[in-house]
Design a protein around this ligand. Sequence first.
Ligand SMILES: [Zn+2]
Length: 386
Amino acid sequence: MKRVIGTLAVFLMIFSLLLPQSVQAASKVKVKYKGVTRSYSKKKTCVYINGKKVDLSTAPIFVKSGAYMGPLSRVFTGSELNVQYKKSGKKITLTYNGHKLTLKDGTTKAIVDGKTVKKALSSSPMKSAKYANNRSSNWIVPLKSVCARLGLNYQMKDGTIYISSRAAAPKAGPTVQKPAAQPAAQPAAQPAAPPTGQVVLVLDAGHGGVDSGARGNNLLEKNMTLAIVLGAKKYFDKDSRFKVLYTRVMDTYPSLDDRCKLANNNNAELFICVHINSASAKATGTETLYNNSRVDKTRRFNIDSKDLALAMQRVARNSTGFPDRKLVNRTGLRVLNKTNMPACLIEYGFISNKTEARLMNSNTARYGRELYQGIVNYLIAKGRIK
Ligand SMILES: [Zn+2]
């Protein structure tokens, strides 16, 4: 008898494997909200963010009251869109590219760029709910409305949802018409079409030659910055997707203006500086500087200085493992002020801190390799290269 049941079970198993999965069941998404589980249709298990597929099989998109709803964290805040997120009670505030959107659990009313808008979300409110297969709560939001409020592109094509950063619209009005007397007006850094072909990138090893940069623990900043850049160069040299311009590959000192000119005259798309910090012996951590006052002026399609700085900060921190000092807005640095393209300056760690100095000095080649890989990943995520 036992054997019969066993055989039967095997038969049943094979039979069920052969059966097409019930389309009806597979297309349903079960979501629990305020203790009640409901089933929704039009399940989608992925979304494309800036051309990159994001898997949503454990937190799928579904339709509620005519709106496609999806998990905020996977689509907006945790994706490469990197929408900034702040939670306070049942409210969350999203900031992206100068837009600010405050949503409240269970209502379509929202605060949009400082103003309360009654039906800011078309037909379905944001909800803090649980997917049936998942224990933790998710903020589930109407995707199209949130995109519209944050200035993101939303497109549905052949049943697939595509979300992408929007190229900055050229600004009209008096801000563009600079007074003729203004010296050294920068050319607008907005080519007419998205860049294609090789990525022209400037890598700037800070200091050099007569300028040692910071010194501490028997080390010189200029040597470490060069070692990191040369570590990256090893990989860029073999990658035909890039045309990398180096401000220096030896112990020389190009002036700050020379460094900016190299980037501007070659119409570089990105400008990345490598530095090592210095302060007290106790100071610790990785930070990345950018110039907030030039984010708009130097934006190139879907890349801007802040966005680049965020990505490079992540890359550098992953390399060092030092504390996160995050982004620092610095308007007074020549290399961040006179360059016409998205630019940032990485401070890997503190030469004045014994532990950090030692770790940095023995890992420059790895930092360089990871910087290369980080730039590649960033540009793939941005849809700039494949
Ligand atoms: Zn420096």
